[in-house]
Design a binder for this molecule. Structure first.
Ligand code: SF4
Length: 230
């Protein structure tokens, strides 16, 4: 099971940013996250690193549940780049047409599969640059794969992390890149591997966009957000 990111925001927030929290406060926050969930996991199904790349690429502007429904049969038939090529673009479309932007995504799945076969012998390369060079794979997708499969402490900043980081002061920044840097620069390294999932889960289930659940939030006393809900 695997957690997938929501779309990354590109615009700066309107309200003034919270101040960057200090080292001791961040250590306390992530200790609480860790105590609550020592090994956070996600919700996007995959059977190997190749299907993880495909699943993450398919998940843009789609729900995890929707992607899982579509890939259940797709990955049973095509769990390698060569099998995906054998299935062909129309075959991929037949499985993923319930997902948004499915035509373009099917095109990219076939293109990236061809590159993996022709340039990497059917393997998935484990570098950010190589991953990002694949059609339909951006920095966020590459970071998810690096983090989840190769356990590299890469931070894939999505809309949840962007919101939590800015509201709380955990990782304030006007852009996705700035928030990514704030996480890498400030969060103690022993928490960096799981920071990605702790922040996404916190944003998805507690620090919600419209109505954050501040009264029950485990970091309420440390959070800098000025408009906490009562
Ligand atoms: S206290 Fe409220 S705003 Fe702060 S992190 Fe918790 S849910 Fe989000």
């Amino acid at each position: 099971m695997f957690l997938i990111c929501a779309p990354a925001p590109q615009q700066a927030q309107q309200r003034p940013m919270a101040k960057q929290l200090d080292y001791h406060t961040l250590r306390e926050i992530f200790t609480r996250f860790q105590d609550a969930d020592a090994a956070p996991v996600g919700e996007l199904d995959h059977v190997n690193v190749y299907t993880l790349v495909v699943a993450v690429a398919l998940s843009a502007q789609a729900t995890d549940a929707g992607v899982n429904r579509a890939t259940k049969e797709l990955f049973r038939i095509a769990d390698t780049p060569q099998k995906m090529l054998d299935l062909g673009e129309e075959g991929v479309i037949a499985h993923i047409k319930t997902i948004g932007l499915y035509r373009n995504k099917a095109k990219n799945v076939i293109k990236l599969s061809r590159i993996l076969v022709e340039q990497y012998g059917g393997d998935v390369p484990c570098s950010r640059a190589a991953l990002e060079s694949l059609p339909g794979v951006g920095r966020k997708t590459a970071n998810v794969v690096l983090n989840m499969w190769w356990r590299h402490p890469a931070q894939a900043v999505d809309t949840h992390i962007f919101r939590v980081g800015n509201r709380s002061g955990i990782a304030p920044g006007k852009t996705v890149d700035a928030v990514e840097r704030a996480i890498e620069d400030n969060i103690p390294v022993d928490f960096q591997l799981h920071a990605h999932h702790w922040l996404i889960l916190h944003g998805r289930y507690h620090c919600k966009a419209r109505k954050p659940q501040c009264p029950t939030c485990i970091i309420r006393d440390l959070c800098q957000y000025e408009d906490k809900t009562l």
